[in-house]
Write a protein that binds this ligand. Structure first.
Ligand SMILES: CC(C)(COP(=O)(O)OP(=O)(O)OC[C@H]1O[C@@H](n2cnc3c(N)ncnc32)[C@H](O)[C@@H]1OP(=O)(O)O)[C@@H](O)C(=O)NCCC(=O)NCCS
Length: 166
């Protein structure tokens, strides 16, 4: 099944499908998020994972600096979760970012201290893909109160002393 998957850059035409995926996950995304992802996708771009029939997942990625990126949003269609699509999308995005010279990738999600069950699987997803929890910030500017932020970082290349400005 996963051999039929393809990952490609998000095109403007994909944005409505991305918004629908977000709308289909109300336990994860409040109703202000569809408009945010639309804006972020236009501004920063991203990637989609597709089957021959449909866009089944989306990642919106902001380049924060030459060697740093943040995965602003990642989501897989509610009916297609836990089939490996998100992992395939994330691995491809990280490979492409590494090729482009990115060495660290940030992802923010809901911290365990919020005690909200749906996000247990989300944190497990980041951790199984090698991301490391480096901080919990509450409140995080821009996030609604009562949503402690878990800050995850993935390293795509090692930091070598004295070679910071390669
Ligand atoms: C997080 C998300 C992008 C992952 O994509 P996905 O296609 O569902 O994930 P995958 O199928 O690649 O991997 C899911 C893995 O989590 C595991 N898993 C599922 N629920 C779990 C749980 N409660 N605890 C631990 N592991 C869990 C699955 O067994 C699977 O592991 P495996 O690869 O070892 O078999 C997707 O589920 C999603 O859209 N979630 C809701 C939105 C969201 O949380 N987005 C991220 C916001 S930061």
């Amino acid at each position: 099944l996963t051999t039929e998957l393809a990952v490609r850059r998000l095109a403007t035409d994909d944005i409505p499908a991305a918004v629908e995926i977000i709308r289909g996950l109300p336990d994860y995304f409040t109703d202000d998020v569809p408009a945010q992802i639309e804006r972020d996708a236009q501004q920063h771009g991203g990637w989609v994972v597709t089957t021959p029939k449909a866009v089944v997942g989306v990642a919106v990625v902001e380049r924060k600096a030459a060697r740093a990126a943040e995965i602003l949003w990642i989501a897989v269609d509610a009916g297609s979760r836990n089939l490996g699509y998100g992992t395939r999308l994330l691995r491809t995005v990280l490979d492409r970012l590494a090729t482009e010279g990115v060495s660290v990738v940030e992802a923010k999600t809901l911290d365990a201290s919020a005690d909200y069950a749906p996000y247990e699987a989300t944190r497990a997803f980041w951790e199984r893909n090698g991301f490391v929890l480096v901080d919990t910030i509450d409140p995080l500017p821009g996030w609604q109160p009562g949503n402690p932020a878990a800050i995850y970082v993935g390293a795509l290349s090692v930091t070598v002393a004295g070679r910071a400005e390669e």
